[in-house]
Design a binder for this molecule. Structure first.
Ligand SMILES: [Zn+2]
Length: 466
């Protein structure tokens, strides 16, 4: 039977994950994410439907990040009706993330219309890719599966999801087709990270599609982050400044809250410090985290849930209620820690916090996540003297701290360690996706050096028959 792989996104790039596995005449879609980056370019990519959505027989969602789930509603508008297999927390998180994405698009379209009208220009005719009504039909297609349960998703094709340790509910997908085992890493997490269990070995494979985000980098140990965060926050408190933390609403926000909670409990932060989570989606996703303690690691169980304590609630922590409160908070120079999304500062409330504070030398911007090319987050990470926010130029005077211990993605060393137990006499191919070219090339060399017969950098829209 012919088995082949074609990637329509996250090939030679890090966003827009969408991989098609064809088995005989059957077509299985693994993830359908949103493209992020240069606005016009990603808008065009998100609008395009490069295959017939009605021809998909089954789909799998590895986790709820936007760059893995955000494209499904576009497919839904174009005839997609296949079941989407995912863990229960992933289905819940993806529902929140897609709804948020629809909301942002509707808001942007309205704003552009208003802006044109103000200037006396004609309606730019920008339609959202999808709106809030396009999300529920996709949520209805979700079929929750438990980690480790072997499910026949199509006649003779079995799927098993194993814990990827990346965000709550994240999974690797292994397909069994006869005696061929074909695995997808999804986003590969790391060992010893807060809240989550370590990535689980998916068993022996014949073919493995692996992400490469940090194929050319090595992260700091998470333990170092704890000390660094304690220092940065205490120091800026003494100077009377704010700490702004752009964070993905999913995963990173909860990790930061978890860490600050531990630091407060240990008496390592000023007792009267105010910590704000300014992200409606962050709040909703935190509720999903709270509801699924079965996904926590032992450390989190021992530190919090064994004592019936909520890891995501403590007296110094506040959740911003509405936009008015958020705006007031952004204008205030009172020392506080503010965690707001989006993680790459492309949208969301972090933008007005940055607009109000990047020019303030007392403020510290703490960058804790991956910043894709052409994003505001990347410009800050590169310490550019000027940045553009909402189309206006701002001089950057605030302090910038880049931390790389928080990453939810395995680095090159961790990826190689993860692949160690694979039997090289069985593993025929490692396909590398989800990375920028330097990372892909570095990882290809490293994986090749461990005795894998063939390591392929996946080119977009190229069919690989195995
Ligand atoms: Zn992810």
């Amino acid at each position: 039977m012919k088995i082949s792989l074609t990637s329509y996104g996250a090939a030679r790039e890090v966003t827009g994950s969408r991989h098609l596995l064809t088995v005989g005449g059957k077509r299985i879609l693994i993830d359908c994410g949103f493209f992020q980056g240069k606005r016009k370019e990603s808008e065009a990519k998100n609008r395009e439907v490069p295959f017939d959505p009605a021809s998909i027989d089954a789909a799998v969602l590895t986790h709820g990040h936007l760059d893995h789930c955000g494209g499904y509603p576009v497919l839904g508008k174009n005839g997609f009706k296949a079941p989407i297999f995912a863990t229960a927390p992933t289905a819940e998180i993806a529902g929140i993330v897609m709804a948020d994405c629809a909301h942002i698009q509707e808001g942007d379209a309205r704003w552009l219309k208003k802006k044109a009208a103000k200037k006396g220009l004609p309606d730019p005719g920008i339609e959202p890719l999808y709106d809030h009504e396009d999300v529920p039909p996709i949520v209805k297609l979700m079929r929750p599966v438990r980690y480790g349960a072997r499910t026949e998703i199509l006649p003779g094709i079995f799927l098993t999801l194993t814990d990827a340790g990346h965000i709550l509910g994240s999974a690797m997908a292994v397909f069994e087709i006869g005696d061929v085992r074909f695995g997808f890493s999804g986003d590969l997490g790391r060992c010893h990270m807060p809240i989550l269990r370590d990535p689980q070995f998916p068993g022996q494979l014949d073919h493995f599609v692996c992400e490469s985000t940090y194929g050319n980098r090595v992260h700091d140990e998470f333990a170092t982050a704890e000390n660094e965060v304690a220092e940065i926050v205490s120091e800026s408190w003494k100077r009377g400044g704010k700490v702004l933390i752009p964070a993905f609403a999913i995963g990173r926000t909860q990790e930061i809250v978890w860490l600050l909670h531990r630091l407060v409990d240990e008496g390592r932060l000023p007792a009267d410090i105010e910590i704000w989570v300014d992200s409606p989606m962050g709040m909703n996703v935190t509720e999903v985290f709270r509801k699924h303690p079965e996904c926590y690691d032992e450390e989190t169980k021992q530190a919090f849930t064994d004592h019936h304590e909520n890891p995501f609630g403590f007296s110094q922590l506040r959740y911003v209620k509405d936009v008015m409160e958020s705006k007031a908070l952004s204008q205030s120079n009172k020392p506080a820690v503010v965690i707001a999304s989006s993680g790459m500062c492309e949208s969301g409330r972090i933008c007005h916090h940055l607009a109000a504070q990047v020019g303030n030398p007392a403020t510290t911007v703490m960058l804790v996540g991956y910043m894709a090319e052409h994003t505001l987050g990347r410009a800050l990470a590169e310490k550019r003297p000027y940045v553009r926010i909402y189309g206006e130029e701002y001089a950057v005077k605030s302090r910038l701290k880049n931390m790389n211990a928080f990453s939810a993605h395995a680095d090159s060393r961790e990826t190689i360690d993860f692949m160690k137990p694979f039997d090289r006499s069985r593993l025929k191919n490692v396909f590398l996706v989800h990375g920028e070219t330097p990372a892909l090339e570095a990882l290809r060399e490293k994986v090749g050096a461990t005795g894998v017969k063939q390591v392929t950098i996946v080119e977009p829209r190229t069919e690989y028959e195995v």
